[in-house]
Design a protein around this ligand. Structure first.
Ligand SMILES: [Zn+2]
Length: 140
């Protein structure tokens, strides 16, 4: 990774840190923020949104991805995620992200330091992922 790309990663992770401050997480207190970047360089932010009915909770990755889809973005290149412990996307989010971005690169940062993990390929986090082709029945 050259210096320019390294700085770009740090900038996106810093942006994600600002988004994490807006997370709604009164139950876990585990704030997560992310920045999803598409092939056109457009940026979509997401944070976790918890709910008293726990299963309704949305992860940061899915709030960013849903916003991107609503704005017409379907070709995602990278996602920059920050959390207190540099946690990787949960299983649900891995499947969600893989659907539209099977080549997605993932970067994981924390809320304080400039250290990060990545790039990690979504396919490495979700081997043998379920995809659209597998769930489309052949025409009779
Ligand atoms: Zn998740």
């Amino acid at each position: 990774m050259n210096a320019k790309n390294h700085q770009q990663v740090l900038d996106y992770l810093e942006q994600a840190r600002q988004v994490a401050k807006r997370a709604y997480c009164p139950y876990s207190k585990f704030s997560v923020g992310c920045v999803l970047v598409d092939a056109q360089g457009r940026v979509f932010e997401g944070c976790n949104v918890e709910n008293a009915s726990y299963s309704v909770t949305l992860c940061a990755e899915r709030t960013a991805g849903s916003g991107a889809i609503a704005q017409g973005s379907r070709h995602w290149e990278a996602i920059y995620i920050v959390s207190p412990t540099r946690v990787s996307p949960c299983g649900t989010c891995r499947q969600f992200l893989f659907e539209l971005a099977p080549e997605l690169k993932i970067y994981l940062g924390d809320l304080q330091s400039k250290e990060f993990i990545g790039p990690v390929a979504i396919g490495d986090l979700l081997p043998m992922a379920m995809n659209l082709q597998q769930t489309t029945l052949p025409q009779p």
